[in-house]
Ligand binder design. Structure first.
Ligand code: FAD
Length: 468
């Protein structure tokens, strides 16, 4: 198969950047190079290039600009909007740009690292970072568009812990951005980073993490939904130094719907068991919670390649209403009975993280506009047959609409705090259906557009989000 990019143009790139690995459609590793976690994110690139240095990224960007070739930036490849893929253009794949080092309390990672690499290195120094719960996620997409992790309840979003970044801008210039240098760019990088440049180095706050953490999967019958929801509300509102997280997923079983919950507590086991006592008293069918090193606390979510996955997401303002959730669970079960192909792997999930540190930052202090006292709801139909694409999409969108309606109604509460009232309730990193940028960036949208005109007037990074 030939590339839509003429061979002469690829040869010119080879000459310009001699050591650059380039994969084209007739290379044996082409299919692997365009593979992505979400099947809808797979697109047939004209070429995939693997820079190692910022200088190489700079040359590539100058070259694609001169030749008017569209680009996509790829970090860990977990993006669900197809934003790290391009139909016919060049993917700038950072997966060979590896390396994590620790300097004092700072963790410095190169642009293509994934979270498990950061955790492993940081742990040698008794440190941890606010990173992905799933250890295979790329640091890039996670940090630049938010970042909800196990340590978020203590230390805020991943991006709140960025101290400095090295960025290659659309014109090829290599700059640094922080609270002291290019402050406006740094503001934009915290929430809309992928639209402003390619980050080749992140400097992150490391946090003391000498103790083990208490976590592990528990399984409950659906009758526990009310109690699990109440526990979730306690977690969301917890002020106990923010040490708590509770993820839970609704899953199918032939005996009826089940709830898979994963509590997380960053502290001694007795304290953890006291805090999560309402869960333990429910006598979970399975209970694997125990003390583990922080680097072992997450779990990969790699459904085998045959699965087609969609991703819907919304937010639920605290306190979450158990009656409302009972109805949604009934509908989920009904959907799985109508589409048995989706039974094995589909989930409706709740990422419930203490919000104390998130809402301690104002909504316009960073480009991210989804701060609030709410949990994230994920609606993920997973199925195998193409013929079910439409029915799964329709169900997913319908669930989104119901959660959205609840969110908007709750936002009208005059007693709601300022930050939650101004929240979009939408998380770019979980948006599977291409929401418009003004919806995603809410009160920060206009400032972002102005900065985009300054830093990327030709909209080179429109693949991430088209801001212009
Ligand atoms: C299984 C799974 C688990 C997840 N778990 C979590 C979680 O615990 N918490 C959470 O908040 N999110 C989570 N996410 C969402 C995840 O944070 C986003 O999908 C994120 O964008 C993935 O980043 P990536 O680098 O792996 O993706 P990619 O697809 O490689 O990139 C996504 C976007 O980020 C940009 N980008 C990536 N790296 C760079 C860089 N160095 N410089 C500039 N732009 C860059 C790309 O341009 C692209 O627009 C999860 C997603 C999946 C699929």
């Amino acid at each position: 198969m030939s590339s839509p990019i003429p061979k002469s143009v690829i040869d010119e790139l080879r000459t310009l950047v001699p050591d650059l690995a380039i994969v084209t459609p007739n290379s044996p590793d082409y299919e692997a190079s365009i593979d992505r976690w979400f099947f809808l994110s797979v697109k047939r690139a004209g070429a995939v290039v693997f820079p190692i240095t910022a200088a190489q990224v700079s040359l590539i960007l100058q070259f694609t600009r001169k030749n008017s070739i569209p680009i996509a930036t790829k970090g860990g490849g977990h993006g669900i909007r197809g934003e790290s893929s391009t139909e016919g253009g060049i993917v700038i794949d950072l997966s060979k740009m590896k390396g994590v080092r620790v300097e004092g309390s700072k963790i410095i990672t190169r642009g293509g690292a994934i979270w498990c690499e950061v955790y492993d290195e940081a742990e040698k120094f008794g440190l941890a970072a606010v990173g992905g719960i799933c250890p295979d996620v790329g640091v890039g997409g996670f940090l630049l568009h938010g970042g909800y992790g196990f340590l978020t309840s203590e230390h805020g979003l991943g991006m709140d812990n960025m101290l400095e970044v090295e960025v290659v801008l659309a014109d090829g210039s290599i700059v640094r951005a922080s609270d002291h240098e290019n402050q406006d760019l740094f503001w934009a990088m915290k929430g809309a980073g992928g639209c402003f440049g390619i980050v080749t180095e992140f400097v992150l706050k490391g946090h003391q993490q000498k103790n083990e953490v208490w976590t592990g999967k528990m399984i409950f019958p659906r009758t526990a939904l009310r109690a699990v929801t109440e526990m979730g509300n306690r977690v969301l509102e917890s002020q106990n130094k923010g040490h708590s997280v509770l993820g839970h997923f609704w899953v199918y079983s032939p005996e009826g719907m089940m709830i898979e919950a994963t509590p997380f507590y960053n502290g001694p086991e007795d304290e953890a068991k006291k805090f999560f006592a309402p869960l333990l008293e429910l006598n979970p069918v399975v209970n694997k919670a125990k003390m583990v090193p922080f680097s072992q606390s997450g779990a990969s979510a790699t459904a085998p390649g045959k699965w087609r996955k969609l991703s819907g997401a919304r937010s639920m303002i605290t306190p979450m209403n158990a009656d409302f959730l009972e109805e949604r669970m009934d509908e989920f079960e009904e959907f799985l009975n109508t589409v048995p192909d989706a039974r094995e792997q589909s989930v409706v999930g709740f990422e419930i993280i203490g919000t104390r540190a998130i809402v301690s930052v104002k909504q316009n202090e960073t480009a991210f506009a989804n701060r609030g006292k709410h949990s994230t709801v994920r609606i993920i139909p997973v199925y195998s047959k193409e013929e079910n694409d439409e029915v799964c999409k329709e169900w997913c969108l319908e669930m989104e609409r119901k959660f959205q309606k609840d969110f908007e109604q709750r936002q009208k509460d005059p007693l709601l705090d300022e930050v939650t009232r101004s929240s979009t309730g939408l998380y770019l990193n979980y948006d599977g259906f291409g929401l418009s940028p003004n919806k995603i960036f809410g009160c920060n949208y206009e400032r972002l557009v102005e900065l985009k005109k300054k830093y990327d007037p030709r909209n080179v990074f429109k693949n991430c989000v088209d801001l212009l």
